[in-house]
Write a protein that binds this ligand. Structure first.
Ligand SMILES: [Zn+2]
Length: 185
């Protein structure tokens, strides 16, 4: 089961102004709120066969809380993927992203739609997410450097870290990650 905290936030921010504001400015949502959200999500039946956390944990504090909650359930984290992409390359990739309300995702140069700014699947107009705008991306990335990067050390210590060169092609990155994931249906 793919659990994306980004998707969860985008869902709640429609009703929660505080979270909406934080996301719009590129700041991290406070640890306590994220941790509770993930905690609730992990009680659902659909994660019993395994899950992949995407976008969480983002701070050492969140990682410690995650360890504590998994320990209670007797679950062990198998692997942690660190997809390494240089700062400027990350800016280029995020700023060029365009999304459709149907869930499809494109990139202006790396994965352009057939017709400019139109979704291939449903023909709706594509948009740039607000937190994908360049100045906000730069803020997001400096928050990442300060608060998220220390996690590399944290998971290296626990022996679960798998480093992946994010400058490789999409299919190479996918293949590398797939080696560690068993799909259970
Ligand atoms: Zn679409």
């Amino acid at each position: 089961m793919h659990l994306s905290t980004g998707d969860m936030f985008r869902e709640v921010k429609k009703s929660d102004k505080v979270i909406g504001k934080l996301l719009a400015s590129g700041q991290l949502v406070p640890d306590e709120i994220v941790v509770n959200m993930v905690k609730n999500r992990l009680t659902k039946d659909d994660v019993k066969k395994g899950f992949l956390l995407d976008g969480f944990p983002r701070t050492v504090k969140q990682a410690e809380e995650l360890d504590a909650m998994l320990k209670v359930e007797n679950i062990k984290i198998d692997v942690v993927f660190f997809i390494d992409v240089r700062f400027e390359e990350a800016v280029k990739r995020i700023v060029g992203r365009r999304v459709c309300s149907c869930g499809a995702s494109y990139h202006v140069t790396m994965l352009p739609p057939k017709e400019v700014n139109r979704c291939d699947l449903c023909d709706k107009e594509l948009v740039q997410r607000n937190d994908d705008k360049e100045d906000i991306v730069r803020d997001r990335l400096s928050v990442y450097e300060k608060q998220t990067k220390p996690l590399i050390k944290y998971y290296k210590k626990s022996g679960s870290l798998i480093g992946i060169d994010g400058l490789n092609s999409e299919s190479e990155v996918f293949e590398r990650i797939s080696k560690y994931i068993k799909v259970v249906v």
